[in-house]
Design a protein around this ligand. Structure first.
Ligand SMILES: Nc1ncnc2c1ncn2[C@@H]1O[C@H](COP(=O)(O)OP(=O)(O)OP(=O)(O)O)[C@@H](O)[C@H]1O
Length: 553
């Protein structure tokens, strides 16, 4: 990534933006005070001239601020800068966007107000919650579903769960207040409803039907888009609004007609852009935009598509959300260019890359030529005796590798389903559905299945070939141990991946997992490496770091 602001500069930049925001709010408040004071007749003239002076001063300040902001913005990466010169809506919006936060009217319930502060503090501590809240709203987390007033249909749907997960508890008040939010929480911790519930609640209160598409959720893969749709439809069908899902690999006609009558759309970027370009998807009324798996969506491969999609949504008054389990520093600056003073919520000390701590991680360093035989051994281990029907998800890195291993497993008598980019959408969907339903208990996948997929009861993830980044490793293993359950991830690591050993050691240490001696031998310093997604990066490993306890609700 060609970003030029250092992390430190970027933090300062955010700080400055929040100060500007506070000044802006104060100024608006001052203006109201001045208007009201016109009742005092004898001061009227004086006040008027004062106001004129103030307005002049404000204008100058505003101009200075704008100049300063555009100076800061000019440091942002080339791609964004070029979008700016082309005057795409996305570039102008961050300079001019003014939002009436709280317009959707979130009010803290009496029940929540009565909770003693000590209990709130304990919640923050137990869940290692960090909230960066530029406007200093300091909203309390919801410790139970009855501490928030949602429509009865939504309440009914979410009440099947015992209580909000930490990311839901912390993010809902901010989202219902209209804030932009970056939400980072472990895999399988309920992020879909974290962004989904406020999306539909806000829609309902805004008398949605007449205004076209107002909620847009972007997902990196077709399968994940479809899964998000399945979740959102549980809320929309009861709320009386329409939801549709658009992704590639299937005919467009049905999607075109669904788009016409939908208020909520879940989409993958490629197909959505097609539909925007041909005029079938109109997004100018989108006021709630979610990038799920946001770090993936901001990678080089998706960056341009995302800019174009965001450029075709509402330029002002849009709420923008980014949710993920991994939030590499390299994408944060780009994310900021799409958002307005976002509240940053992190559950479980996620400033450092970390894995779900309920997953047992086993890493074996192995000769690459022994992997096929090892896989057969592992399958015997993880699918025998009482574990005979346990679901196992195997990850390969490349499509060709996946196809070869699939053949090999079938030859050895395994009933394996496969999902990768060389298969038709129908084959992909069928394989995933069979695995989800338990009809098959072995799925072989590439990283197309690494993120977001919520497959019930995956007991074991086997990484036959290590992924390209340790972020991908965290997402892959996160297909097990979801929603409070436990699971096992068994990873075969070879010398070919040794440049990732240091970062992997960090993740293992962070989750209090054993680190094999052979892995340590590759060194504790991750070599600087150029990656197509995140650019050049490397990381020192702190082997003295002790993991902290985290509880899952
Ligand atoms: N409040 C809750 N309590 C218990 N389970 C929940 C709650 N909310 C959602 N879930 C369930 O938790 C599971 C994981 O949720 P979800 O798929 O949204 O996770 P995620 O955080 O988006 O994971 P990933 O990072 O892998 O995308 C789902 O089966 C969902 O139904």
């Amino acid at each position: 990534m060609s970003s030029t602001l250092s992390e430190e500069e970027s933090v300062k930049h955010i700080g400055r933006m929040s100060k500007d925001h506070a000044a802006e709010r104060k100024r608006k408040h001052d203006d109201v005070d001045l208007a009201e004071s016109t009742a005092v007749k004898k001061d009227k003239k004086e006040k008027k001239s004062k106001k004129e002076k103030k307005d002049k001063k404000d204008k100058k300040e505003k101009k200075d601020k704008k100049d300063k902001k555009s100076k800061d913005k000019s440091k942002v990466d080339d791609a964004v800068a070029s979008a700016k010169t082309k005057s795409e809506p996305l570039s102008t919006e961050s300079a001019t966007k003014e939002k009436s936060h709280g317009s959707t009217g979130y009010t803290e319930s009496e029940k929540l107000s009565k909770v003693p502060q000590s209990q709130i503090d304990q919640f923050f501590q137990d869940n290692e919650v960090s909230v960066e809240d530029p406007a200093k709203l300091n909203l309390r987390p919801l410790l139970s579903f009855d501490q928030i007033s949602l429509s009865s249909e939504i309440q009914e749907e979410i009440s099947k769960f015992p209580k909000p997960t930490p990311i839901q508890a912390v993010s809902w008040p901010y989202l219902l207040s209209g804030k932009d939010v970056v939400g980072v929480a472990e895999t399988g911790s309920g992020k879909t409803f974290a962004f989904g519930v406020p999306a539909i609640h806000n829609l309902k209160t805004a008398d949605a039907k007449s205004q076209g598409v107002q909620v847009l959720v972007i997902s990196p893969t077709r399968e994940l888009a479809s899964q998000i749709y399945d979740n959102l439809i549980l809320l929309t069908k009861k709320a009386g609004v329409n939801c549709c899902c658009v992704y590639g690999g299937v005919p467009k006609d049905e999607q075109r007609s669904q788009l016409k009558k939908s208020q909520v759309v879940v989409a993958t970027p490629g197909r959505l852009l097609d539909l925007i370009e041909e005029g079938s998807a109109r997004l100018s009324n989108v006021k709630y935009l979610v990038l799920d798996e946001a770090d993936r969506m901001l990678e080089k491969g998706f960056e341009e598509d995302i800019k174009r999609i965001i450029g075709s949504t509402k330029a002002t008054g849009r709420q923008t959300l980014m949710f993920t389990a991994t939030w590499p520093k390299e994408v944060r600056e780009l994310a900021n260019t799409f958002m307005d003073s976002p509240v940053k919520i992190s559950i479980g000390n996620r400033d450092e890359l970390s894995a779900n701590k309920r997953i047992t991680q086993i890493v074996e360093v192995i000769d690459p030529f022994k992997k096929d035989r090892k896989l057969l051994e592992l399958l015997k281990k993880y699918q025998s005796g009482a574990r005979k029907n346990d679901k196992v998800l195997i990850f390969a890195l490349y499509k060709k590798e996946a196809a070869r291993v699939e053949r090999n497993l079938k030859y050895n008598g395994y009933n394996v389903a496969a999902i990768h980019g060389d298969l038709s959408q129908q084959q992909r969907t069928q394989a995933l559905n069979e695995f989800k339903s338990g009809e098959s208990n072995m799925l072989l996948a590439t990283d197309v299945a690494a993120r977001g997929l919520d497959i019930p009861n995956v007991k074991t993830v086997i990484n036959l070939t290590f992924p390209l980044t340790v972020e991908d490793y965290v997402h892959r293993i996160g297909r097990t141990g979801r929603a409070g359950l436990t699971g096992t991830a068994h990873t075969l690591f070879t010398e070919q991946e040794k440049h990732l050993a240091g970062a992997l050691v960090n993740v293992l240490n962070g989750a209090n997992q054993p680190v094999p001696e052979e892995l340590k031998k590759f060194g504790t310093h991750t070599k600087k490496k150029e990656h197509s997604a995140y650019g050049a990066f490397y990381k020192d490993v702190d082997t003295t770091k002790k993991p902290k306890k985290i509880t899952f609700d």
